[in-house]
Design a protein around this ligand. Structure first.
Ligand code: ADP
Ligand code: MG
Length: 592
């Protein structure tokens, strides 16, 4: 949130010369004396707000904010005209600032002395808290600064070198990037075009779009930048699936339109299937120019699902996919600290639907085979009453026809899916082909021996959170990585949330879980609590962290719910009278 009281702040700020004198007076004193810096200072064209001073040089660096109006920073009015442009321009400035801070960050003593940083951005353009641009173009930067020390004593000369020299130099370089108007324009235009493409999906009956010329493969499994071309083969849509969508800047853009319904991505191993699916799962957010996927867009409610044995499940209703388990374990409110491959993936799938996902993305590579399919021989060998799983192949059409939920599934081996597909995209040496007609011919010539078991799909009744099972509002949060965070000493593993892009999002999720108690009511369905929190968060980052942190980034309701539902102590409560009652009422004859 940009500072509303900026004008007042500017007037209250003390002059730079006083900052320098204040620092000189602190030289050689114990580290805590740095607290005398708290407050507002002029720093060239900026106002420096020292928000929180670290306890010692080894602690997390101090939090500062820098405030300036658009005119001073050189931000042109068109760049903050709309909310989308403000996010795009802030993303652009964030990247320039991160680079500039890295250049001017230095080791200037013990611990974190001399460090200057904002979180490193991914290839995604996200709303983040490190760089904020307000509707009037006011700019707010939230940085970490390691205040310099020799041992544990204040080093005034290094402190001035950091705050008075390195920081202003980095700020000048970052704002100089705003002067490179072509690059700034391209950044904003790329984001506006991606949003226009995504907005056009629905009207065209599509769930995703991959523009011709897109570069989908990445440099490596740990480097999300595009693989240079060559060797990367740019994407080209097969003519029968080619659609043309309009964008405000690039005009008409042609590419593959992935239609609603059930879509398979088939092809030999190593021919690029998973790479295409990964591009689709990334397409729920925008990307920077030259990412290669900046014109790959997906329905914003698309959720990637995978098997994740060992995850906890807190009362998710699995009954649409998994019936009673051995020992008579009911699956209408399934609870476990140690799910199997199939139950974990079934839980994730039903949780995504609970949150309103309209597109499911699955890859055979990372799915539980027995959740996807039971073939004819297994149907013969293992009697139905001994198999709790109602495989997805028997559910996927119902889900689409009755509930409008589309599925995109990568298959290399499970040919029985050809029976249920609307569209089949083949990949051959990274070349996309429309194999739908071929697949139909195969189905006709080689009928599947399996016996379809398409039962109804009954949306489960809502459930509420048990507030006593949520993290305490004072729980300590330690963000270990993008996929691992500790909340109140309890580990939360988010490695199955493949659409999470940045550690800043992980921190946001952890802080949101800690704040969720305030949004929980006894009869409020879980998705409503999640959405209410995110509505507040969209208005102000301080909804989850009053400390004005610069290390936050936007998250979707799907990821927040997914993180919540992996929190091992969590308990949920169904809001219908008796577990299974609503479903049995809808399904005469009871459970099969
Ligand atoms: P599959 O899922 O079909 O087995 P992958 O998608 O995992 O195949 O891709 C196999 C390899 O090919 C990966 O190393 C990937 O980076 C690379 N690759 C994928 N698409 C392309 C492309 N369009 N051009 C060049 N290399 C690609
Ligand atoms: Mg694969």
């Amino acid at each position: 949130m940009p500072p509303r009281d900026e004008a007042r702040d500017l007037r209250r700020a003390r002059p730079e010369s006083e900052l320098r004198a204040r620092l000189a007076a602190l030289d050689g004193r114990g580290y805590p004396a740095y607290r005398a810096l708290a407050g507002l200072w002029r720093l060239g064209p900026w106002v420096l707000a020292v928000e929180h001073v670290q306890g010692d040089p080894f602690a997390e660096p101090s939090r500062v904010r820098l405030l300036a109006p658009a005119t001073v920073v050189g931000l042109p009015p068109w760049a903050y005209e709309t909310a989308t442009r403000r996010v795009a321009a802030a993303d652009y400035l964030h990247r320039a600032l991160a680079r500039a801070l890295a250049r001017h960050s230095a080791v200037r003593g013990s611990g974190h002395s001399g460090q200057l940083r904002v979180p490193p951005p991914s290839q995604a353009v996200l709303r983040r808290s490190a760089v904020l641009i307000g509707p009037d173009g006011d700019v707010e930067l939230r940085l970490r600064v390691g205040l310099p020390a020799r041992g544990r004593r204040i080093s005034a000369s290094e402190a001035w070198a950091t705050l008075g020299e390195a920081l202003p130099a980095a700020l000048r370089e970052a704002t100089a990037a705003l002067g490179r108007r072509e690059a700034l324009r391209a950044h904003v235009a790329t984001v506006e075009d991606a949003q226009a493409l995504r907005a056009a999906l629905e009207a065209h009956g599509l769930v995703a779009f991959v523009a011709d010329g897109s570069v989908l493969p990445r440099r490596s499994g740990v480097d999300d930048r595009p693989l240079p071309s060559p060797p990367a083969v740019p994407f080209r849509a097969p003519p029968t699936l080619r659609r043309t969508l309009l964008t405000p800047h690039a005009g008409a853009v042609a590419g593959l339109g992935v239609p609603r319904g059930v879509t398979l991505i088939v092809g030999g191993g190593f021919h690029g299937k998973s790479t295409l699916l990964r591009a689709l799962q990334a397409g729920v957010v925008d990307h920077v120019p030259d990412d290669g996927r900046e014109r790959v867009v997906t329905d914003p409610t698309a959720v990637k699902l995978r098997a994740e044995d060992g995850r906890a499940v807190a009362g998710t209703d699995l009954s649409n996919l998994i019936g009673p388990l051995p020992g008579g374990v009911d699956t209408h409110a399934f609870v476990t600290q140690n799910a199997s491959g199939s139950t974990s993936q079934a839980a994730s799938l039903l949780e995504a639907l609970e949150m309103g996902a309209r597109v499911l993305l699955l890859d055979e590579d990372t799915s539980a085979t027995n959740l996807l399919l039971r073939d004819a021989r297994m149907q013969r060998l293992v009697p139905d009453e001994d198999e709790p799983i109602r495989p997805f192949v028997d559910r996927v059409r119902r889900l689409y026809e009755e509930h409008g939920v589309s599925t995109v599934l990568v298959v290399g081996g499970a040919g029985d899916y050809l029976d249920v597909a609307d569209t089949v995209i083949g990949l051959r040496a990274y070349d996309a082909q429309d194999r739908t007609a071929d697949a139909r011919a195969v189905v006709a010539a080689l009928p599947s021996q399996r016996r379809p078991q398409p039962g109804p799909w009954a949306p489960p009744p809502p459930r509420a959170l048990d507030p006593t099972s949520l993290p305490s509002p004072r729980a300590k949060i330690r963000v270990r990585s993008r996929t691992r965070v500790e909340i109140g000493g309890e580990e939360l593993d988010l490695s199955a949330l493949e659409q999470l892009r940045e550690t800043a999002q992980t921190r946001t999720l952890a802080l949101a879980l800690r704040a969720l108690g305030r949004y929980t009511r006894p009869d409020r369905p879980l998705p409503e609590a999640v959405r209410a929190l995110l509505t507040d968060l969209a208005r102000s980052w301080e909804a989850i962290a009053p400390e004005r942190l610069g290390e936050l980034a936007e998250v979707r309701p799907f990821e927040l719910a997914a993180a919540l539902l992996r929190w091992r102590p969590l308990r949920t409560r169904r809001l219908d009278a008796e577990p299974g009652a609503a479903e049995r009422a809808r399904r005469p004859g009871g459970d099969p």
